[in-house]
Design a protein. Structure first.
Ligand SMILES: Cc1cc2nc3c(=O)[nH]c(=O)nc-3n(C[C@H](O)[C@H](O)[C@H](O)COP(=O)(O)OP(=O)(O)OC[C@H]3O[C@@H](n4cnc5c(N)ncnc54)[C@H](O)[C@@H]3O)c2cc1C
Length: 312
């Protein structure tokens, strides 16, 4: 579907198309690409272009195709919000054979939380390295006895002079092995009702006393980790929001997590890849896309994807 937003936006669409054409077939290098689910671009004319995932992220930001509305001083492109331009970008990218920008815990969850609730100093320090993938973040919420009932978490933080001293354990921590930083929920006020006793702390992962143990799942893949804290000391200022107000901050982060999981643009990109795959693979000498049963299923899926895109 080619959405037409009038001649005012034709020039902008042409610019995006030209960019996509220039970089068609670019392959991302480095382990982070696999970690964040980037797949090899297949069936493109220009297979020889290789760029690191970090450099690709910076190219996208420089052209305004990612972090478009985040201020320049925080490492974004700094444009005014224009929903139509954002729709054109995602529409063109979903059809092009180029990788989309990388998201993840730092970019999708923490950056919007910082923009909303961080101090100016925190925004200046953390947003740009996160957006540019120079600093990878992980999320320290779940514990062995605090999953769905997250507010029961027991990892303790005690203020000692100008430092928090943290002891306890997190579990299911995706990307912890690669992360330089963790945003973490810690019980700092043990004597108040459980939702009021939590603080939202920012922990450098190379702090002495942190041990990361990968959790190998039944596919032999270690996507999750356990993270143990033994007398981990971080500056008292590494806190978002007020002391004891971490539940409020955590829920802001979770709101962004939920919306990033259901991103309709990613769905459209995946659907287009599926169509491509069905055109290129065959069963019994016939292209899959030409087989009525598969074609019928594809059209049902397309209906759902378009509905999601229109309402998303
Ligand atoms: C792909 C993935 C990535 C993740 N990454 C991270 C991460 O980076 N950082 C992080 O902190 N966490 C992460 N998690 C953990 C996740 O956020 C949840 O905390 C966790 O999956 C739920 O906790 P649990 O496994 O202890 O399940 P439990 O809370 O024990 O729940 C087990 C089952 O019991 C049900 N249940 C629980 N309570 C009730 C109730 N009162 N009534 C009825 N049914 C109930 C649940 O619905 C569920 O089906 C990740 C999870 C997944 C799947």
């Amino acid at each position: 579907m080619n959405l037409d937003f009038g001649s005012k936006y034709d020039g902008f669409r042409d610019e995006v198309k030209e960019f996509c054409n220039h970089y068609e077939g670019v392959q991302l290098t480095g382990t982070l690409g696999t970690l964040y689910g980037h797949e090899e671009i297949k069936n493109s004319k220009k297979q020889d272009l290789k760029i690191s995932i970090q450099d690709w992220q910076k190219i996208l930001i420089e052209h305004g195709y990612f972090a478009r509305n985040i201020p320049i001083k925080y490492g974004g492109y700094g444009d005014e919000l224009d929903i139509v331009k954002n729709v054109i970008i995602t529409d063109e990218f979903s059809h092009a054979k180029i990788p989309v920008a990388t998201g993840g815990q730092g970019i999708d969850f923490l950056v919007p939380t910082l923009l909303e609730m961080g101090t100016e100093e925190q925004k200046n320090r953390y947003i740009k390295p996160a957006l540019h993938l120079d600093e990878i973040w992980c999320q320290g919420y779940s514990e062995p006895n605090a999953g769905s009932d997250l507010a029961s978490l027991q990892t303790k933080g005690i203020l000692d002079g100008d430092e928090w001293v943290i002891n306890g354990q997190k579990i299911w921590t995706s990307t912890a092995k690669y992360a330089q930083m963790m945003f973490c929920l810690v019980r700092t006020e043990p004597d108040v009702p459980k939702h009021q006793g939590i603080s939202y702390l920012l922990i450098p992962m190379d702090t002495p006393g942190i041990e990361i143990r990968p959790l190998v799942d039944m596919t032999l893949h270690a996507g999750f980790n356990e993270v143990f804290f033994t007398n981990v000391r971080i500056p008292a200022t590494n806190i978002i929001g007020a002391r004891g107000q971490g539940w409020l901050v955590a829920n802001k982060t979770l709101t962004h997590e939920r919306s990033s999981l259901g991103d309709p643009n990613k769905m459209v990109t995946r659907f287009n890849k599926l169509v491509e795959l069905m055109k290129n693979e065959s069963i019994d000498g016939e292209r899959i896309i030409d087989k009525p049963v598969f074609r019928d299923r594809l059209m049902k899926t397309q209906g759902k994807v378009l509905a999601l895109k229109t309402h998303g």
